[in-house]
Design a protein around this ligand. Structure first.
Ligand code: ATP
Length: 225
C-alpha cells in the first residue's frame, strides 16, 4: 500500500535524515514510527502524505509513484489520508460539528449527507454530545479525539498520526491509541509517529525505527504498559 524504494531525504542546507531507505507498509497494518527527537519521524509521515518530496528514490502509494503525479492530482492523493497532528490544527472559531464537517465541504459534500457523516464520526470518537461545543472548551484528550473524527470523516484508507498522545495523561493516551486501533480493526491502515512507545498498551504493532539515517523495520510485537 505504501512502498519506499531507496528513499533519501535532506532539507536544503541540512544533513541527510535518511539515505536510501526501503520498506513497505501493507493494507491493514498498524505501524509505529519511532526515533529520537529530530530523527525525522514527522518528515517520514509528510513524505508518505505527499506534503514533502524526497530528495531521492521513489514513494509508491497503491503502486502509484507519487513523485510522478501531476500537481493537480495531489489533493486526490491527500483524500486517501486522514491526518492527525499533535497540535490538532483545529479551527478554534468553529464548533466541533463544523470542524469535522470541513473536509467534507472541501469535497463538496454538504447538507444532510454531511450531517449524517459528521455525526457518525463524532459518535465513533465519543463526542456526539459535544457537537455544538467550541474546541477551546474541550479537554486535551477530547480535542485530539475531535481531530481524529475530522481525519476519518472522509473515510480514508490510511490514517497518519503525528504524536497523537503528546501532552495527554496516561488514561487519555490509552483512549486515543484504542480509538486508532478500533479504526485499524475495521481495515484502516494506521501509521503513528511516537517517541514514547510505552504508551501503546497491548496493541500489536510493527515498528519502523529511524536512527543514523537508516530505518530498521521490526516484526509485529505486542506493546506492554
Ligand atoms: N521544513 C523544514 N525545513 C528544514 N528543516 C526541517 C524542516 N522540517 C523539519 N526539519 C528538520 O529536520 C529534522 C527532522 O525533523 P522532524 O520533525 O521530521 O523530526 P521528528 O523525529 O519528528 O522530531 P520530534 O520528535 O522532535 O517531533 C529536524 O532537524 C528539523 O529541524
Amino acid at each position: 500500500m505504501i512502498a519506499f524504494n531507496n528513499v533519501s531525504m535532506r532539507y536544503p542546507n541540512s544533513a541527510h535524515l535518511f539515505r536510501q531507505v526501503s520498506f513497505n507498509i501493507e493494507k491493514g497494518d498498524f505501524v509505529l514510527i519511532t526515533g529520537q527527537s529530530g530523527a525525522g519521524k514527522s518528515t517520514l509521515l509528510k513524505l508518505m502524505a505527499g506534503i514533502e518530496a524526497p530528495s531521492g528514490g521513489h514513494i509508491l502509494i497503491n503502486e502509484q509513484d507519487i513523485s510522478q503525479l501531476h500537481q493537480n492530482a495531489i489533493p486526490y492523493l491527500r483524500r486517501r489520508f486522514g491526518l492527525v497532528f499533535q497540535d490538532h490544527k483545529l479551527l478554534y472559531d468553529r464548533n466541533s460539528f463544523e470542524n469535522v464537517a470541513l473536509p467534507l465541504s472541501i469535497q463538496g459534500i454538504t447538507g444532510e449527507e454531511a450531517a449524517r457523516r459528521v455525526r457518525a464520526a463524532l459518535d465513533k470518537v465519543g463526542l456526539l454530545n459535544k457537537e455544538k461545543a467550541m474546541p477551546i472548551t474541550l479537554s486535551g484528550g477530547e480535542q485530539q479525539r475531535l481531530a481524529i473524527a475530522r481525519a476519518v470523516v472522509s473515510r480514508p484508507s490510511i490514517v497518519i498520526a503525528d504524536e497523537p498522545t503528546g501532552g495527554l495523561d496516561r488514561v487519555a493516551s490509552l483512549e486515543i491509541m484504542q480509538l486508532l486501533k478500533a479504526f485499524n480493526d475495521v481495515g484502516v491502515t494506521v501509521v503513528i509517529a511516537m517517541h514514547d512507545v510505552a504508551q501503546v498498551s497491548t496493541i500489536a504493532y510493527r515498528t519502523l525505527h529511524i536512527d543514523q539515517q537508516t530505518i530498521t523495520a521490526m516484526p509485529a510485537q505486542v506493546g506492554m504498559l
